[in-house]
Design a protein around this ligand. Sequence first.
Ligand code: LMR
Length: 394
Amino acid sequence: MFNHLQAYAGDPIFKVAQAFQEDPRQEKINLSIGLYFDDEGQVPVLDVVHAVERSWAERNEPRIYLPMAGLPDYCSSVQALLFGQEAVDEGRIATIQSVGGTGALRVGGELLHEAFPQSELWVSDPNWANHEAIFKGCGIRTHSYRYFDATTKRVDFEGMLSDLMQLPPRSIVLLHPCCHNPTGVDLSRAQWQQLIPVLKERQLIPFLDLAYQGFAEGVTEDVYVLRAMYDAQLTFLVANSFSKNFSYYSERCGALSVVCSSASGAQHVRGVLEAIVRRLYSNPPAHGAQVVAAVLSNPEWRAQWEAEVAGMRERIREMRQAVTKQLAHYAPQYDASYWLEQNGMFSYTGLTSEQVDRLRDEFGIYLLASGRVCVPGLNNQNVSYFAQSLAQVV
Ligand code: LMR
C-alpha cells in the first residue's frame, strides 16, 4: 500500500551516530551528533537536575493533562530567561512549552504558514539539515542565503546582507543567535546591529533557533540578539531548547516564543498556538518542564545550573585549545586557528567527504560528512589520537 512513498535514506546525523555504536573498535571516537560528553566520555546528568529530582522522590502527584500551552511556570521562567523580567511584565510575548526545539520550530512553522501562506523560508548555507525538512513539512518552500565563507572560515556578512536585501516582504529568515550549527561561526554584536534594521525595513520575519544558550559566552550574553530585536520592536519568533544546556535530551524540553507588538496581539497569538498544539499533539509532557521551571525560578538552583553550564562551556574551550596545540605538533603545516575562533559545540573543519571517510575507516573517528565535528566528543584521553589521525588525512 505504501510502496509509492520515497524510501527514507536515514538522517545524516543520527545515521552516523548509529554507525559509531555498531563499530567494535576500542579506540573509536564519536564526534557526530550534538551531545555534550564530559571528560570521561559520559553524557552527564547535571547535579542540579539530580538534586531537584531527589527532593521530589516522595511526591506522588496525579498525572493530569497539562494545558495546551504547557506548564505556566515553565513558560514564564523561560520568557524571563530569554528576554528578562521587564519584557515578561510588558506582556507582548506569547510563549508555549514545546516538544524540544524541533517541536517549537514545527509549531512556529504552522503558525507562519497559516498567517502567510505565500511566505517562504531562507536558511543559512550551510545549515542544520533538519530545518528544511521541518518547514517543508508545514508546506513552506525553503531556500538558502550566503553565510559561511569556506576560504576565510568566517561569516560572509556582505553576501548574507545582500541576499537578505533581495527577499520579498514577509519572507521568513532562520537565524542562529549563538553557536551556529554546523559551523560554530557567529555574527558579532556589531553585525547583528547592522542586520536588525535590514530585517525591520524589509519586513522580514526572523525565526531564531536557540539550541545552545550558554555554550558561547554565557547564559545571558548568548541571548544578546533576542533582547536587541525586542528593543528594536521587531515581530519575531524564537525556538529554544534545554536539550544541551540541561543535558536533558530525552526530556524534550523546549519552548516557542512569539514576540508581538502589543499585549493583546500576544494573547491572540497564544490562542492560535494553542489551537495548533491541540491538533498536533494536544498538550506536552510534564516532568522535564517541572524540573526546568523549578531550577530557573529558585535562585540557589539557578546559580548552580549556570555554574554547570559554565563548566561545560569551559571544557569545550579547553578541548579546542588542546586540539590546536596537538595539531601544531603533529601537522605544523595545517592552519588550525579556526578551532579557537569557532563557538560552542561544533567546529567546521572543511574536511572533504573523502577525508571524513578515511578518518572513519582507518581510525574509527566519526564526524558528519560535511566535516562538522562535535567538539565535546573529545577528552584528555583521546585528543592526541584525534590530532594524530587528522594529521594523517590533511
Ligand atoms: C545535532 O545537530 O547534532 C543536534 O542538534 C542533534 C540533532 O537533532 O540533529
